[in-house]
Design a binder for this molecule. Structure first.
Ligand code: ADP
Length: 347
């Protein structure tokens, strides 16, 4: 059996028996709709039901973004965007990864249990090597090990993430189980989590891959985009001359537009366009105009709130400090168990 936590970790209203949740977002650019619907939407819901640890993954960002000049501003932005979306730093531990030094220690131990062959097979590693062949560093290869350390450092059971992280979570289970087998049960098996069961992938507007912080920027909708840019990006989404047969299956790029619409428009609006599509009288110009307006209504309040939060740098620092205290407490408790299990407690 996994070891139970011996004290209360995070905010004011949690109890010892609640399940632990952990997740993170890299400060590698502006947050986008994929981050929101793949991850943050669940964070916000989960904060009332679980003991949550949410971090800005600044160490992970060093694997692909070694230049740290913009790092602080990017960390502040991710924090502000999370809070603007509804995350409450009083309820959760909202912290920055590099402030929890035990992460590096656990990462070291786990690296001894992670094999080169299995790391090289990771899809995200292969993608990153393809995108950035001149910076294939060891940190990139062991990214899933660091991610495992982040998660199991708090003995988390649930990890709200998008579909792109499914394989990493499988690896986290492998590494956690390997540790438990070798040294004794310390960690629960972490599971990828989404309230609606299936993990989410928000497609890019050009239908080629997923929305992402640093790639395909014109095909990604950012939570910081102006109303004008949102309209421009949506209107440029790929369509065709429309279906010629009733109830025809949708091509990928049309399915994607409907998928985005389901995220931000009312069910009645979606149904109306579904009916139009099935009856072959859909006008894609109208569909995109409607989607653009609904997207503006969704994004504008988040953007405005973020801007206001970013004005208060001292407030953000305070939030980070408090988050780090909560995370350090939990990490310290876990590492005592880890060192004892491994026989590294000599006195
Ligand atoms: P990015 O790939 O944009 O740099 P991160 O690697 O920081 O994003 O991931 C942060 C969270 O956002 C993860 O839980 C990830 O699964 C989720 N996520 C990122 N892009 C998408 C997307 N297009 N659809 C769904 N979830 C996504």
């Amino acid at each position: 059996m996994e070891k139970k936590r011996d004290s209360t970790p995070a905010g004011p209203n949690e109890s010892v028996s609640r399940q632990i949740v952990m997740s993170g977002i890299r400060p590698t650019g502006f947050l986008h709709l994929g981050n929101y619907f793949g991850a943050m939407r669940n964070y916000i819901k989960m904060q009332d039901e679980f003991d949550c640890f949410f971090m800005v993954a600044d160490l992970h960002s060093l694997t692909t973004h070694p230049d740290t000049r913009e790092l602080k501003a990017n960390v502040h932005r991710v924090l502000a965007e999370n809070i603007a979306c509804g995350l409450d730093p009083e309820k959760v531990a909202l912290y920055c990864q590099s402030q929890v030094h035990e992460t590096a220690e656990l990462y070291l131990y786990l690296n001894m249990m992670a094999y080169k062959g299995e790391l090289e097979k990771t899809t995200t590693f292969k993608d990153k090597v393809r995108l950035n062949p001149e910076n294939v560093n060891a940190g990139l290869l062991t990214y899933p090990v660091l991610q495992t350390a982040d998660i199991i450092l708090h003995r988390a059971s649930y990890v709200p993430v998008g579909k792109d992280q499914e394989q990493h979570l499988e690896m986290a289970r492998t590494f956690a189980n390997r540790f438990n087998h070798r040294y004794g049960e310390v960690f629960p098996e972490p599971q990828a989590f989404n309230y609606n069961q299936n993990l989410v992938k928000v497609p890019s507007l050009d239908g080629a891959g997923k929305m992402s912080k640093s790639e395909n920027q014109m095909a990604t909708l950012y939570l910081a985009d102006s109303d004008e840019i949102i309209r421009k990006k949506v209107m440029k989404a790929k369509t065709d001359s429309g279906p010629t047969e009733k109830n025809a299956p949708k091509p990928d790029y049309i399915e994607n537009i409907f998928l985005l619409m389901k995220l931000v428009s009312s069910p009645a609006t979606v149904q109306q366009f579904e009916d139009d599509y099935n009856n072959c009288n859909i006008r894609y110009g109208d569909l995109k105009k409607q989607l653009a307006e609904d997207m503006v209504s969704f994004i504008a309040p988040i953007r405005n709130k973020t801007d206001a939060i970013l004005q208060d740098e001292k407030g953000l620092e305070q939030i980070m400090r408090k988050g780090a205290e909560k995370a350090n407490k939990s990490a310290g408790e876990t590492m005592k168990l880890v060192r004892a299990a491994m026989g590294l407690n000599y006195f």
